[in-house]
Write a protein of this length. Structure first.
Length: 155
């Protein structure tokens, strides 16, 4: 299954603030049925097999999940961050860990979107204001290149 097709809906759900719905048993059952059982909705923990090569912001984990298997595996982790300018420290963490890339889009009120790659993993990071939950950084990680923040045509 195309990794972008898996990452985008999962990232969209997380960015829309539907994290509480993802922890519901009935929703987890539906996701497992659709994915053939290759899903780990870890709740407020980083999935146990999350790549150690990918550094995360060091605040509370709001949500963690993994979907797929093998080369088609996608991890998604949402972490609280202190504010909209957290993308600066996140970019530094990733480049210090050997990733290339940067935040290409920053919002007028803070936050931003960036893609990074180290040759093994691609990382899409979105820093956004999550309303009453404060600022969060959402990491979508896949093997190969970073998941695209927008749908692409073709493969």
């Amino acid at each position: 299954m195309n990794r972008r097709l898996l990452a985008l809906p999962l990232a969209a759900v997380l960015l829309l603030g539907a994290t509480p719905a993802l922890t519901a048993c009935s929703f987890q059952g539906v996701v497992k049925d659709v994915s053939g059982g290759n899903v780990d909705i870890g709740g407020t923990a980083v999935p146990s097999d999350f790549p150690k090569a990918v550094p995360l912001a060091s605040d509370d984990v709001v949500f963690g999940a993994a979907l797929g298997s093998g080369d088609d595996k996608v991890w998604n982790v949402t972490v609280k961050v202190p504010g909209g300018d957290a993308y600066t420290s996140i970019a530094k963490q990733l480049t210090d860990a050997g990733f290339s890339g940067d935040f290409g889009a920053q919002g007028a009120n803070g936050g931003g979107t960036g893609t990074f790659n180290n040759g093994t993993y691609g990382v899409l990071v979105v820093v956004t204001d999550a309303g009453s939950n404060g600022w969060v950084a959402n990491y979508s990680v896949s093997k190969g290149k970073a998941p695209s923040p927008t749908p692409t045509t073709g493969s």
